[in-house]
Design a binder for this molecule. Sequence first.
Ligand SMILES: [Zn+2]
Ligand SMILES: [Zn+2]
Length: 260
Amino acid sequence: MADSVPESSLLGRQDLHVHTTMSDGYVPLEELVSIAAERGVQIGVADHISRRNLKRFVSDEARVRRYLDAVEAQDVFVSGEFCWCDNYYRELPDEVMARFDYLVGSNHGFELPGGGMGSPWWEQLPPEWKERPRELMDVMVDELCRMVRTMPIQIAAHSTLTPPALFDLEGDVDAWWTAEREDRYVEALAESGVALEISNRYRLPHDRLLGKALQAGVRFSLGSDGHGRDQVARLEWAADTARRVGVTDADLFVPERRRR
Ligand SMILES: [Zn+2]
Ligand SMILES: [Zn+2]
């Protein structure tokens, strides 16, 4: 089989976006480590570090330090998922931020012109946006570009997540991710050097955008975004997608462990 994937391929063997019970995941860290070992997958623990949910997320400095102590004690990459919609990443001391091997940034909400926040999970558009869905999409893409250019992150997670309310209007991904919007986002990724996550959980991004990103020299990372035992260290869809569009090991963002 000339085209078979070599044993050494990292594709599908490195899951850089996994959650634990330290934020909103359901799997304790030690158990996560043993599940990943069974599945033959290296992991990067990237719990939510944000004040968006004070109770469930790692939301104050003492908790961040305890989180880092716990993750550093395991044979995993040390990461955190930071929200574009809060500034917490700017407020933690440099010495704390320096303990992460890499940072994940996510559009869990984005500022709207005229006030308020938009959500990539919106199932209904608010009244003031009902008549202007394309303008809303442009705002979201602009915000994604700003996110990768502004945040000190290495990976943009589930970034092409698009409000279901828009797909109710037109079901085709190309209707929202037009060539022009794709080009704009791919250029921002290429210029910022931020890797584009292929999300096993959300089954994103779509092939055409991935192909353009590959052409533009953007790096990729695979993430399960797993919260439960059946999801963590599972990358089948993401690895199949990466291979289908021609992503190889050489195109992956591969973190380095900091000396501890
Ligand atoms: Zn997320
Ligand atoms: Zn996540």
